[in-house]
Design a protein around this ligand. Structure first.
Ligand SMILES: Nc1ncnc2c1ncn2[C@@H]1O[C@H](COP(=O)(O)OP(=O)(O)OP(=O)(O)O)[C@@H](O)[C@H]1O
Length: 333
């Protein structure tokens, strides 16, 4: 068969991104505590977005609102060009931590229950449970499951639906490193099939699979972007080994310990030499250098260091209340 030579028109043009989920100015509180304080978030069709933030910042509360399980106090949430979260349910699959499993049923019975109620449930749970090494435990009552096994069952329930959009609350929580890799591979496979995925996480490890990352702090989204762009935009990261550097040379006066090194973000008012002069350089094992930023640095910056609006909620720790010792965070990747 003879085909025409390719023309410019035949070239695959990049598709303009199209929002599949849009949350605008979402507010949510419980009693006097304000958790979400005007949060904006857009998830583009076909992307894998990782929503990151520290414990208790409101990631699960937001996911509940996006899934239609909880109503926001104010603001708007639309999926699929104008549908409310409730209207979008048949095209969405949701994993909410600790909320879907009936402990009195076995894992298999839980899967059957959800298979019966979701209009787009599939038999894919068999292969997903296999990949997550859950198959041998499916006939045990779910009340006997460990935390990691519960997460695996919840994820199997959610991924066994042929949805257009997956909203997954910390799918890698409580999993060991090899299992996190399996989950990442599964998510990337779904993403490769054109599915739209929103994952919440406080583990820097989950940043690497994202098309975009959104950071939540003080009830709002404080930064959104592609991982590489966010890493590039970070202030210089300084690594000190062998001595305690002066906090004043670092943004926010914050130091982070990782293994045997102290890391932080260089303050513009201080140069590398400020730190070099302050540490005991004559000691051979003391080193001060700039280091390429890691995802842990990215997480630390947007969680503890980046500026936040003065009218942010009280959930943000007041730095002046902390002792010097508490300013050195120990966060492992
Ligand atoms: N039903 C509720 N009633 C009262 N407070 C609640 C309720 N649900 C959540 N909260 C509070 O809202 C805040 C945010 O909780 P949320 O579970 O969304 O945090 P998170 O970012 O998902 O944290 P983690 O990473 O630890 O899972 C917490 O202070 C929590 O105690």
């Amino acid at each position: 068969m003879i085909t025409d030579p390719p023309t410019d028109d035949d070239e695959v043009q990049p598709q303009p991104s199209r929002p599949l989920l849009e949350a605008r100015n979402v507010e949510k509180g419980f009693g006097d505590g304000r958790i979400l304080t005007g949060l904006d978030l857009t998830v583009e069709e076909g992307e894998l977005l990782t929503l990151m933030g520290p414990n208790g910042v409101g990631k699960s509360v937001l996911l509940s609102c996006l899934a239609g399980s909880t109503d926001p106090d104010s603001g708007s949430i639309e999926l699929f060009d104008g549908q409310s979260p409730t209207e979008a349910r048949s095209a969405t699959s949701v994993m909410l931590q600790g909320q879907s499993i009936d402990p009195d049923l076995t894992g298999r019975e839980n899967l059957q229950f959800y298979g019966d109620i979701h209009p787009r449930a599939t038999g894919d749970w068999r292969s997903i449970a296999d990949q997550l090494e859950l198959t041998d435990d499916l006939d045990r009552p779910a009340r006997e499951y460990s935390g990691g096994m519960e997460r695996k069952l919840e994820l199997t329930i959610a991924l066994a639906v042929d949805a257009d959009c997956y909203l997954l609350d910390e799918p890698t929580a409580e999993l060991d490193l090899s299992m996190i890799q399996v989950v990442h591979d599964l998510l990337l496979e779904y993403r490769g099939d054109g599915k739209t995925i929103l994952v919440t996480s406080h583990a820097p490890l989950d940043a690497g699979i994202a098309d975009r990352i959104a950071f939540v702090r003080g009830g709002r989204t404080v930064a959104t972007g592609e991982p590489s762009a966010l890493l590039e935009a970070l202030p210089p990261v300084v690594r000190v080994r062998g001595d305690m550097p002066p906090e004043s040379a670092f943004l926010g006066g914050r130091l982070f310990q990782r293994g045997d090194e102290i890391r932080g973000f260089l303050s513009p008012s201080a140069g590398l030499e400020t730190i070099e002069n302050a540490v005991e350089r004559e000691r051979e094992h003391v080193t001060v250098d700039r280091d390429p930023p890691s995802y842990t640095d990215l997480f630390n910056y947007y969680t503890y260091v980046s500026p936040i609006d003065a009218d942010g909620p009280s959930t943000v720790a007041d730095e002046s209340d902390r002792s010097d010792g508490e300013r050195t965070e120990r966060l492992e990747q």
